[in-house]
Design a protein around this ligand. Sequence first.
Ligand code: BG6
Length: 493
Amino acid sequence: MVARVIAVEPFDLVVFGATGDLAARKLIPALFHRDEAGQIPPGARIVGTSRRQISNDGFRDMARGWLENFVKSEERPADVVERFLARLSYVAVQADGEAGWPDLEAALADQPKRIRVFYLATGPDLFGPICTALGRFGVANGNSRVVVEKPIGKSLESATHVNDQIGAVFPEDRVYRIDHYLGKETVQNLMALRFGNALFEPLWNAAHIDHVQITVAETLGVEGRAGYYDTAGALRDMVQNHMLQLLCLVAMEPPTSLAADAVRDEKLKVLKSLVPFTAQTVQDNTVRGQYRAGASAGGPVAGYLEELGNPASRTETFVALRADIANWRWAGVPFFLRTGKRLSSRVSEIVVAFRPIPHSVFDKSAGPLDANRLVIRLQPDEGVKLWLMIKDPGPGGMRLAHVPLDMSFARMFNVRNPDAYERLLMDVVRGNQTLFMRRDEVEAAWTWIDPILDGWSNSSDAPKGYTSGTWGPTAAIALIERAGRTWYEDDAG
Ligand code: BG6
């Protein structure tokens, strides 16, 4: 199957934090791929900014190195690399000061009406000052949009403050709060699966679904991001945004269309239906962990505290929790979420576990009857598996087996799987906000998260240690087993 590429309008994209990790690993490679695919028209420009003094050529050399590191050589023809690098320029700007802003304005001034995208790949403390300066120095034009990375704030209060500062310069329909999980192919496939098939939706409720598991497991540790990570932790870094967004897409009512607000209205209703945590349920229904030394990705690794160099840190690198949704569709169906660093394998998946059949007509000799399960795998080997009971082939009586109908996207569609940022960046230029978080969603998510943070900080317990390379603290197993369920690992039958 051939991917369809529709070129976007010419644009100027300014990246704040252009010498940072996100620009290097994600933004520049994503823009390059879109250029290579023919989606970026001639004349479109990318301007890097940060406080460092770098020449245009110096920035292009940095970008060349990132492409070499993060784009496979067979995917970067030399002529496209040169064409892409020629789009790049650099302006040194002091995000929270005066210096450089007039230079940035001058760099864009010859195209006053063009789409301008300001990508804030910086810490959230700079979102407000940058937006204010964009307004004050006249860099934002009538066709501007701003993209902000998560986390937006550290709590409801700080998120509200950041959103107010952004909103003072950019109206909501020009603010793109990025959650790159929403740009992942399989996450979009969740919508295709639910709303493009007649098969699932009639069963998609408490009468037929027993529970849902959402796992985002990483083998990596904090990888040089300890400074940021230690102020965030897994709850803020992963659960408040990525995991809750996945939960929303599983649990939301069918929207009337894929228009941005139609989808976001439905997600917001889910967030508002989440049963709030109390001091007691934080204790009973959440587990936080912190990795210790162990083995991961084939070799010995240090523990979080050693990596950080601070033995007193109580920052969690693992979270497991039970969420309940108080509405007609989901009452009584627990959603179990878990995420962590330095776990046993890198796997992100959503498991929708159906209820067992009401009555068995088979003899005991047929073997156990396992309930159906729909597994939506985000990474690696993206795809969908539907576990069914079938008859074991051959003679020997009626023996049953639990087997998956297995659809691997890589096998079925022989195309490169684009990175989430590729789609999302083009959506910003196209002005499509469907896959971006609206202000009220972010704030509703924090409203639910804040009591967990409070519960943890009021508790004398520290996060539970777990050995790197395992599935996290045993308390996470106890959490789900108390509810009579078990985590599905490695998706084995
Ligand atoms: C980021 C988090 O948002 O998502 C990281 O800040 C995490 O800590 C990453 O590693 C995971 O993304 P992906 O696409 O690799 O699953």
